[in-house]
Design a protein around this ligand. Sequence first.
Ligand SMILES: Nc1ncnc2c1ncn2[C@@H]1O[C@H](COP(=O)(O)OP(=O)(O)OP(=O)(O)O)[C@@H](O)[C@H]1O
Ligand SMILES: [Mg+2]
Length: 287
Amino acid sequence: MPILETRGLTKRFGGLVAVNGVDLSVEQGEIFAMIGPNGAGKTTVFNLVAGLYKPTSGQILFNGKSVYPVREFWRNYLPPLAGYYTVADAVRRRLGLGPMPLGLRPHAVTALGIARTFQNIRLFSYMTALENVMVGEHPRMHAKVWDSLLRTPFARREERKVRDRARELLRFVGLERHQDQYARNLPYGFQRRLEIARALGTQPKLLMLDEPAAGFNPQEKNELMQLIQDIRGQGITVFLIEHDMKVVMEVSERIVVLDYGEKIAEGPPQKVRTDPRVIEAYLGKSA
Ligand SMILES: Nc1ncnc2c1ncn2[C@@H]1O[C@H](COP(=O)(O)OP(=O)(O)OP(=O)(O)O)[C@@H](O)[C@H]1O
Ligand SMILES: [Mg+2]
């Protein structure tokens, strides 16, 4: 069973179809890449999977479980709630809000085991590197508010564990010596790696990286490829968006190509690289 699957995934923004009927299937344990020209819809696919955007239509499944839509679930198993949704939908339509959002919310998607990084780095600038990773671990913490307020032994033990694990993750991405620096003071390449560490803090089964090599020099790219392989070595499936062809071709086992929101090719790197449709999408039609 694939770890992530989309069926007919479609997202419209007004008149623009950013993602158009895309079927994807990411296998457990692989390094899977998505490429395509600027504006092809790659980041939108990530945002849909992560629950940031609601699909216009289509399905998203994680480990065979529906992430979108989830309404069928209520319809099938909890008919009384389906009634509630119908009424809520009617009210929302009256107010011009559109139907109930039916996908999982981003935090619920994270809890399932999906983590991501952003094309434009999003860190907490005035938190240290260590604190940024600890924030990533937060969804997996169990201490309740009163534990934290009363600083119960449980809360303290958990905080120590979270801190240790954050240090371990910083070591894993090669940032252990910078743990006390504000994120904003770290060089660009370090910030990118810090974002990966924070994502790993959520203990994902699937890690989605949006152009992790952007702005990297050749040595940083090599280190990144090693890191991606190490992450996969830990049993985490990697779903990668990347423009750098060298990185994509070397690190990924399977590639899917989007162009104007549609899937135009799919397969192992050597096949995709020579596919006429892919070459055309990147270079334009030759006269
Ligand atoms: N929130 C939004 N509202 C309106 N249009 C959007 C929104 N997000 C993306 N788009 C449009 O959808 C299309 C796909 O954008 P997307 O960011 O997914 O492309 P991409 O493949 O990630 O491109 P790039 O390689 O430049 O990052 C673009 O035309 C973009 O302008
Ligand atoms: Mg993008």
